[in-house]
Design a protein around this ligand. Sequence first.
Ligand code: OGA
Ligand code: MN
Length: 281
Amino acid sequence: MLNITSFDAPLGAKVSGLDLSLSLDEHSFSELYAAWLEHSVLVIPDQSLTEPALVEFSKRLGQLEMPPASETRARGDGGASQPEIWTISNVKVDGVAIGGLGNLEADWHTDMSYLETPPIASVLYAREIPEVGANTSFADMYAALDSMPADLRQRLSDICVQHDSAYTSVGTLRDGATKVGDASKAVGAIHPAVLTHPETNRQALYMGRRLNASIQNMPMEQSEDLLDEIWSFCTQRQFVYEHVWQIGDLVMWDNRCTIHRRDAFDSEQRRIMWRTQVKAR
Ligand code: OGA
Ligand code: MN
């Protein structure tokens, strides 16, 4: 039996007493997986993982997606060396960042939604953290959709959103990408704004990220207004769990029914995280 405690929030739970460096038996893994589907975000503290152990555990969730190519190409030494792991860090070695996303605020988003089939899960493991800042918040897109005023819910029931692959969640242009002047010309997948989660069968809001998003077949001005309205609704405090990191925390989230953001932190402080992302089956 796993020890699972829900947070005082609409989503998220802590799983204690688990050592992910040891291979989980099938039964415990199914319990963990069921808890993950139920809570959308699981925090598993006190882990001591090598790169292979993180990759091994992540692969239990499914085949791994490679980190964005633009990120891995641009990085210097000092980050994780296994290709499936994306180092998220502000640390620089010889003037070159060892990972992505730096120390700035990362705006609300779900991971890699610009792909036709975005990753279903992301796993983020904290190796070094700053004294303060860099909290990561998660918002529940089932709850947001469920509690939406009928009028707004009705207006988004048939819309599809153009997603953008050019910018990271901290707003920097990816290596090799072209600046987006006009959001309707963004390059990325188009997804319906409401999805049915294939495993829970629940409906969730699926918006990707705000920057350079646009609604298909709608004049830009109207699209901007509707997107602003949806985003300000779904990112309200009542839908959010805010995670304050400890070294050794492993957090796994469901990218189909949550969005997340990260607070900025002092650039003089070090933060090193390892991330894996799991492909849709
Ligand atoms: C990510 C991400 C947030 C963080 O890895 O997808 O958004 O806390 N990171 O660094
Ligand atoms: Mn992210």
